[in-house]
Write a protein that binds this ligand. Structure first.
Ligand SMILES: [Zn+2]
Length: 335
């Protein structure tokens, strides 16, 4: 039982499809803990403070560093080392993929949210639906301040190791306080997205008004091969957040903000990227340089300089194969 071994990751890997039993127990400080589904763990403090926090990891099954981070936080909570003062929902996204060390079994789960799972079948589609319901149930229990950090690691090297993706806000201003929080988590780069997406963070942002982000925390490695020191800053900030202690938001933590310049989709099997397969995220290209081609169609750098993010020629036809970004312009509203 999780109550006794306090290891959510081990428990989830041992029972990736269904729980041997649901659990509900009370910690010494009165916090009620419930495990009603595989990898869905909810903490309800006796007298909750104002924030309702969702932390998810493993939506891509092989992105182990944030899964281990979340598991450390759960151990600290269950053992009583870390007091729970804000409501908290912990989600391990894709347990069957975690067991086999794969990003996905059939479908990229982070394209299945906001109901997009209805167009697909299989484990990931079913699981996205379960995760959506867990988030809805958690947020709609009251009208708190809502936050969701969906934690990932990237497939490739990056010139900017840790970065956040700020989902489309439909014209509402971007929040400087959130950018400062992320900067003080050691996440020094943010991309502003300008269209709806089927990501988990957009779902929480759009449907529940949560301050929600996809957060990339370094490079994919197998379980046990991550250096916890690399995530010490974000771990400390999340501990403060969960314990409702003052967040240490130093003004001097740097944040670089980018706007998405181009979203390039793969439209046919002829799609090809025109740079090395192992090019790092945030590699820069100059105006006019050819980035990709798709049959007759050419995609070139339009701005003076654009940086590439998430290149992947192997995505399914119709999906995004490349983003390019430019430094944020003066016209973006911040609050
Ligand atoms: Zn990911």
């Amino acid at each position: 039982m999780l109550q006794h071994n306090q290891d959510l990751l081990a428990h989830t890997l041992a029972h990736p499809q269904s729980l041997p039993q649901t659990e509900r127990f009370t910690l010494t400080d009165g916090t009620v803990v419930s495990l009603a589904e595989v990898g869905v763990l909810r903490f309800e403090p006796q007298q909750p403070q104002g924030a309702d926090l969702v932390l998810s990891a493993g939506v891509h099954g092989n992105e182990t560093a944030p899964i281990e981070l979340v598991n450390r936080l759960v151990k600290q909570l269950l053992s009583g080392v870390l007091p729970c003062r804000n409501r908290l929902l912990i989600l391990l996204g894709n347990p069957p993929a975690m067991v086999v060390g794969k990003r996905e079994l059939e479908h990229n789960m982070n394209r299945l949210f906001s109901g997009n799972h209805q167009r697909y079948q299989g484990d990931e589609a079913n699981r996205a639906k379960v995760l959506e319901a867990a988030v809805q149930d958690f947020f709609e229990a009251r009208a708190g301040e809502r936050y969701h950090y969906d934690l990932h690691t990237a497939i490739r090297d990056s010139k900017r190791e840790k970065f956040a993706i700020y989902p489309f806000r439909h014209g509402k201003p971007w929040k400087k306080q959130q950018l400062r929080f992320l900067a003080n988590c050691g996440v020094d780069t943010t991309l502003l997205i300008h269209s709806p997406q089927s990501t988990f963070s957009y779902f929480s942002s759009n449907q529940f008004g949560a301050d929600a982000f996809t957060v990339e925390l370094g490079k994919v490695r197998p379980f046990g091969q991550n250096d916890p020191k690399s995530l010490a800053q974000i771990e400390a900030q999340l501990q403060r957040f969960i314990a409702a202690q003052p967040l240490q938001l130093g003004e001097d933590a740097a944040m670089t903000v980018f706007d998405v310049a181009q979203e390039i989709n793969k439209n046919s099997a002829d799609f090809a990227l025109n740079f090395a397969d192992n090019a790092a995220n945030f590699s820069e290209f100059k105006q006019g340089e050819l980035l990709a081609s798709d049959g007759e169609q050419e995609f070139r750098v339009q701005a003076k300089q654009e940086a590439i993010v998430f290149p992947n020629a192997k995505v399914a036809t119709g999906q995004r194969a490349l983003l390019t970004v430019v430094p944020v312009g003066p016209d973006q509203p911040f609050v």
